[in-house]
Design a binder for this molecule. Structure first.
Ligand code: Q9C
Ligand code: ZN
Length: 823
């Protein structure tokens, strides 16, 4: 968020240029500053695992890890190697934004004896994921870095010297000795190569942090094993030896001078190791969701529940979201992000996001038994990319269903690369039990976070109430239910493969069709500057609907808008930006709505900001009027029908009714909150950063994800009042619900700066920061609470608490609150 935010005190890039600039100046990986002991193998020598820069065209000062530049980037060919620092600094448009850190040696460790609990943590986890990344052409699009081993000093950031020595000693143990030692820990196995692998796993995470914090790349993924998040200061646990992500967080603080780091642990197990390490540390916010089942799931810890919030100075900086049932899916995960993690994360304002990226929370995994499909992980990643200026480092943790794991890894990498996410599949309705969990954690965290208080008070709920919902019960391997779950998983996974086949990533993601702004506009090289217009007769036919569209300027703009819209609807372009002269804004929007609904969009979401009225003849249920009026128009006035009528796949009869076609109209304007129908919502533009974030997370995105639109229109109309960073955040987050199909309509009076920022976020770049968090006004909070009350019965993604259900017998309800929030 750094570069564009104004300069209040705080540690983002612009506010604290020192760490980042010093890093590049001194060669962050070479010359140390305050922390001589970390990252150095000895005085005067480069850090362990680093090579001198081999890029002959590069003037980088230090030794950066270098790799052959794979095909694609044809510039700077004087050397077979491209320094990541130079790749990032050059602006020839083929800089790689995403690092992939890996080392084949990490496949060496394996189980040498019988142990049903540990056998799932296998070398194939890495090879399968990598294979898929190659197959989908994703590995080639990343900056590939070979993992280095972490130094003992780096391991010492988290682990005791005795523990590190013990691990060093395992390299020469016999199988029997390894087995005996393994038995001293819970769910752990050692192999003679474990120490080497575990050091590479840590080193990979550190290299990724270096690559991101030096600006060599925007983000990245480290594919590692053994995983890390269960490991503790002096104990291996749950397949984990060294705590890769915890060490990376300490390293980012010490080596790069960061002050606020967010760790998002979406693995299905509780990363109790990370929790213990940062329990009392307010500089690291740890969020974890995990299968808990009221304490009946591994690792069976009381401190995994929602009421564990951290200790001392760190109170509120541990956020636990326990899942009390298996079967949680896409809606539950997205709801957890929108209603728990993201409000807190925006208030925390991290400088770096580390993901403990376990995929045992995905469909098909025998450990998690959850149902989130792989594309969900694209959405989760995208949602995190609006934080910390997009500086996101994902590090693999668990994930034991090889196909589910591999596809999910690909989805994360696609999101990191900026590709639009596939639309989420399945019903967008969180489970009752998930809502109970969300309610519990919000209740437990409300004392610590203004962002939760400003969304209305949440009644306190005993974390251990049992819902009456028909429970999805865990299944044991081999049984008939297990087979059914397997079948469901493989169906979901192969349907995703089909979708990817049908919707390959478009070569041109964003097109910009502007008129007045063109001259001053600087666009990223991969954004198409669209010159064309829709055929004149089509444009004229549509223009006849509104007097304001008759003028030349309006007509020209309409032609460009329609051309852009056609490109999006036909799937040639993913998203676009167009401008309209002021008096034509509302009429143009009206035409765009009709055109979209008559040309393939089944559900169209309009987010209209400012003085724009909803087309009067849309029905209350959002369905458009029959297109007879237009038919009459073009029949009467032009020699051939508009393209919409010619190319429409609909039969004439179906066309006259648009069955199932809907418009959800969300207007951000005025002073009143209102919802005359579930397809027509109006909310005032909040006056503070906190209020704006709440409006987007608690209202706009739940509606958008619940509606599952084919296309999102974002229209900035007269007196919209949005600041550029707000518009960018809105556009960026609205890419998610519609598979990246977003059309932004601007007024011609808008600045080219605004158009430029929007073009970049539609390409997948992080939006600029909003500036310091300021609490929502009471009026803005009231508006939100009112609308949630009006709409949550129909738009289930708005819910932040489980609806009350009548309880048979009073004993159960009498337990509510008895031991709430006691640790
Ligand atoms: N059936 C990671 O995912 N076994 N570790 C639990 C419950 C231990 C998981 C047994 C699972 C450890 C990184
Ligand atoms: Zn796990």
């Amino acid at each position: 968020m750094g570069q564009h935010s104004p300069g209040p005190p705080g540690p983002q890039a612009s506010r604290q240029p020192s760490s980042r600039q010093a890093a590049l100046r001194g060669g962050v990986l070479g010359a140390g500053s305050e922390s001589e002991e970390v990252g150095k193998s000895g005085p005067g020598s480069p850090p362990v695992g680093l090579l001198p820069c081999l890029d002959s065209a590069c003037s980088c000062p230090g030794s950066l890890p270098v790799v052959p530049a794979p095909g694609g980037c044809k510039e700077g060919t004087g050397s077979a190697f491209t320094c990541p620092a130079r790749v990032a600094q050059s602006d020839h448009g083929c800089a790689m934004r995403t690092a992939l850190v890996y080392h084949e040696d990490m496949t060496a460790a394996q189980l040498l004896w019988e142990d049903p609990e540990c056998e799932i943590e296998r070398p194939e986890r890495l090879t399968a994921a990598l294979e898929r990344l190659r197959q989908w052409g994703l590995e080639q699009r990343c900056l590939q870095l070979a993992a280095r081993e972490a130094s003992e000093a780096e391991l010492g950031l988290v682990h005791s010297p005795e523990y590190v020595s013990l691990l060093r000693g395992t390299q020469t143990l016999s199988t029997r000795e390894l087995q005996a030692l393994s038995g001293q820990y819970d769910a752990v196995y050692f192999h003679p190569s474990t120490f080497h692998c575990a050091r590479l796993a840590v080193g990979a995470a550190l290299q990724l942090v270096d690559a991101v914090l030096t600006g060599a790349v925007h983000n990245g993924l480290a594919l590692v094993r053994p995983p890390g998040h269960h490991s503790q200061r002096a104990a291996a646990n749950g397949f984990c030896v060294f705590n890769n992500v915890a060490i990376a967080a300490k390293y980012a603080k010490q080596r790069h001078g960061l002050h606020r780091i967010l760790i998002v642990d979406w693995d299905v197990h509780h990363g109790q190791g990370i929790q213990y390490i940062f329990e009392d540390d307010p500089s690291v916010l740890y969020f974890s969701w995990h299968r808990y089942e009221h304490g009946h799931f591994w690792p069976y810890l009381r401190e995994s529940d929602a009421d564990a919030v951290g200790q001392g100075q760190g109170r509120g900086f541990t956020v636990n979201l326990p899942w009390n049932q298996v079967g949680m899916g896409n809606a539950d995960y997205v709801a957890a992000f929108l209603h728990v993690l993201l409000p807190v994360a925006f208030e925390f304002d991290p400088e770096l996001v580390l993901i403990s990226a376990g995929f045992d929370s995905a469909i098909g995994d025998p450990e998690g038994q959850m149902r989130a499909t792989p594309e969900c992980f694209s959405h989760l990643t995208q949602l995190l990319q609006v934080l910390a200026g997009g500086r996101v480092c994902a590090v693999l943790e668990g994930g034991y269903h090889l196909e589910s794991l591999s596809q999910s890894v690909c989805m994360v990498v696609k999101a990191l690369l900026g590709d639009p996410a596939l639309p989420l599949s399945g019903p967008m309705e969180p489970h009752h039990s998930a809502l109970e969990s969300i309610q519990s954690v919000r209740a437990a965290q409300t004392p610590h976070w203004k962002s939760l208080r400003q969304q209305g008070s949440t009644p306190i709920l005993n974390p251990s109430t049992y819902s009456l919902e028909r429970r999805a019960s865990p299944v044991s391997p081999g049984g008939p239910k297990f087979k059914a779950a397997e079948a469901q998983a493989s169906a979901a996974l192969s349907s995703l493969l089909d979708q990817l086949h049908l919707n390959p990533t478009l070569p041109v993601r964003t097109a910009v069709a502007l008129t007045a702004l063109d001259a001053a506009l600087v666009l990223p090289a991969d954004v198409l500057r669209q010159e064309g217009s829709a055929p004149q007769e089509e444009t004229r036919a549509w223009a006849r609907l509104h007097e304001a569209l008759a003028q030349d300027k309006a007509l020209t703009a309409l032609g460009k808008v329609l051309h852009l819209l056609n490109g999006i609807l036909d799937g040639q372009v993913s998203s676009g930006i167009a401008a309209t002269p002021e008096p034509a804004a509302a009429p143009t929007l009206d035409v765009v709505i009709r055109r979209s609904l008559s040309h393939g969009a089944r559900r169209l979401l309009c987010v209209a900001v400012g003085q724009l009225d909803r087309p009067a003849d849309l029905a209350d249920d959002g369905s458009p009027p029959p297109p007879l009026l237009w038919s009459g128009l073009w029949r009467a006035n032009s020699s051939s029908p508009p393209a919409c009528a010619r190319s429409s796949p609909l039969t004439p009869r179906a066309c006259s009714l648009f069955p199932g076609r809907r418009n959800l109209w969300l207007n951000i304007r005025g002073k009143e909150a209102a919802a005359p129908s579930m397809f027509q919502v109006s909310v005032p533009l909040p006056g503070t950063t906190g209020g704006f974030v709440s409006c987007v997370l608690a209202l706009v995105l739940p509606l958008a994800y619940g509606f599952q639109p084919d296309l999102v229109l974002v229209a900035l109309g007269p007196a919209h009042g949005l600041q550029a960073p707000q518009a960018a955040l809105l556009a960026s987050l609205l890419r998610g619900p519609a598979g990246g199909r977003v059309l932004v309509l601007l007024e011609q009076g808008s600045t080219s700066q605004l158009a430029g920022i929007l073009a970049r976020v539609l390409q997948g770049e992080a939006p600029p920061g909003l500036g310091p968090f300021s609490m929502a006004s009471p009026e803005d909070t009231q508006a939100l609470i009112y609308l949630r009350g009006q709409l949550e019965a129909e738009w289930k993604m708005l819910q932040v608490a489980a609806p009350r259900v009548p309880r048979p017998g009073s004993l159960k309800s009498a337990r509510v609150g008895v031991f709430a929030l006691q640790r």
